[in-house]
Ligand binder design. Structure first.
Ligand SMILES: Nc1ncnc2c1ncn2[C@@H]1O[C@H](COP(=O)(O)OP(=O)(O)O)[C@@H](O)[C@H]1O
Ligand SMILES: N[C@@H](CC(=O)OP(=O)(O)O)C(=O)O
Length: 448
């Protein structure tokens, strides 16, 4: 049994949904299908999830919501008209939205339920279309699928007990179409994963049903060794390990959600990245172990939006508990951190900028000054991280030197270097403005 997930680009229009139906029909082991909400049809378009977020914001601000609701309805109207389906889904959307706007309840959970309407409606549309073209298919709500999540709106996590429930999907003899991106808490409240989270649903369902393969259909022929939006026509990666993909997706390979690998990895289910627009292309396979190739680097990822919090104090190395107290301050202020590169008398904490606005930054700096009495404390915004990744790095001499040289050749200053003890990746912190030049130069050094 295979689980096939189709992303926003694969379900953006009636034309795309016809391709999806052909893909499902062409392999009878594709029995479980997970879908996103309709994504962008072109660069200027808006994802349905973003339209729903705008609808929620208008409602929360007490504004007229007619235009925002019509924008969502018209996306679905166009799809069902072109597929010649009933207008049942439009009625459901209107009813669901009306209920959410008029019944009592917590606003945060209403906003969550609104956000999920895109995936939910698309799953209904696709199952109806599959039946219309002759397949035995049915819609399955995440609650009935057994997808139980933690009570963390917008960043929910799977509860372990879900997997036993999800296994029961195997017993169904129809093709089931499950909306991605959301599930339910034990109390029955709808909660979503973080953005792009349909990949997570697909991985959870694949682990739950013990699938032979988790296929993730998107709009590129494979995972490329660098983001194709940065380097023109980069080399394809045919296979990589979970560890490598985890590092790369964390650092900007948005083709697969960084949190989506864990369920498939734990259940040892191979993940295949395929193109809905070119399903015969080989794609990329992600597995636990791959043959030794002799290449130290498989991919180079980059992500913007980081900042560093720099703290120095003479004899920091001898002050017991200094690091713990610093991180405690961040914990108290509800800030998560990414990395902590350190020297003898100094420590930098790398944080995503959206974790700490200017106001919070002042609170944190004041507390550090009062509670830790440092020599210096300051922040630097506008940082990017570049991650050079490859499992074979540990048996190659000189990879770090080659990477640093390539960044230097691009005329970009390295602000920070970090290498994890697992030696799967090398991380460089640079100013955001230098990302394109540095990535192109690294690509030339390792792949050309
Ligand atoms: N290294 C990479 N390899 C392939 N695609 C990448 C990479 N890094 C970023 N991307 C981008 O990821 C996009 C696919 O992800 P996404 O838009 O989330 O797809 P979907 O709509 O299927 O969920 C590609 O169109 C590509 O621009
Ligand atoms: N629709 C949701 C979830 C998702 O996975 O979407 P996409 O497949 O378009 O990345 C979002 O936009 O966040």
């Amino acid at each position: 049994m295979k689980v096939a997930k189709f992303g926003g680009s694969s379900v953006a229009s009636a034309e795309q949904l016809k391709k999806v139906a052909r893909i499902i029909e062409s392999d009878e082991s594709r029995r479980v299908v997970v879908v996103s909400a309709p994504g962008k049809r072109d660069d200027a378009d808006t994802k349905v999830t973003d339209l729903l977020i705008e609808l929620g914001q208008a409602f929360q601000n007490g504004e007229d919501t007619t235009d925002e609701l019509n924008a969502v309805l018209s996306r679905f109207k166009q799809i069902i008209t072109e597929l010649d389906l009933t207008d049942r889904v439009l009625k459901d959307i209107k009813e669901d939205v009306h209920k959410l706007f008029t019944e009592g309840g917590d606003i945060d959970f209403k906003l969550e339920a609104l956000k999920a309407i895109g995936e939910d409606s698309l799953a209904k549309v696709l199952s109806e279309y599959l039946v219309k073209v002759g397949m035995d298919a049915t819609y399955l709500n995440p609650k009935d699928a057994g997808i139980m999540l933690s009570d963390e709106p917008g960043s929910a996590q799977i509860l372990d007990e879900s997997f036993d429930h999800i296994y029961n999907i195997r017993k169904r003899d129809q093709i089931v179409v499950i909306p991605g991106f959301f599930g339910y808490t034990k109390e029955g409240k709808l909660v979503t994963f973080s953005r792009g989270g349909s990949d997570i649903t697909g991985s959870i369902v694949a682990a739950g049903v013990e699938a032979e393969l988790y296929e993730n259909f998107t709009d590129v022929d494979s995972v490329y060794c660098v983001n194709p939006q940065i380097v023109h026509n980069p080399k394809e990666i045919t296979s990589l390990t979970y560890k490598e993909m985890r590092e790369l997706s964390y650092a900007g390979f948005s083709v697969f959600h960084a949190e989506a690998l864990i369920p498939a990895f734990k259940a040892e289910i191979p993940v295949s990245i395929k193109n809905t627009n070119n399903p015969n292309a080989l794609g990329t396979i992600i597995v636990s172990r791959k043959e030794v190739r002799g290449d130290p680097v498989v991919g180079i990822a980059s992500d913007k939006g980081f900042m560093s919090l720099y703290v120095s104090k003479y004899l920091m190395n001898r002050e017991v508990g200094f690091g713990r107290r610093l991180l405690n301050i961040l914990e108290d202020e509800g800030i998560s951190y990414e990395h902590t590169p350190s020297g003898i008398d100094d420590l930098s904490v790398i944080i995503r900028e959206n974790q700490m606005d200017e106001e919070k930054e002042q609170v944190v700096i004041n507390r550090i000054n009062q509670e830790l009495n440092p020599d210096t404390v300051y922040t630097e915004r506008g940082l990017a991280l570049i991650m050079v990744v490859g499992e074979e790095m540990h048996c190659h001499v000189g990879t770090a030197a080659k990477a640093a040289q390539a960044i230097g050749d691009a005329g970009v200053n390295i602000e920070m270097i970090n290498q994890g003890s697992s030696e799967v990746s090398l991380m460089f912190g640079i100013k955001e403005a230098g990302v394109k030049k540095a990535v192109q130069s690294l690509y030339n050094a390792f792949f050309e």
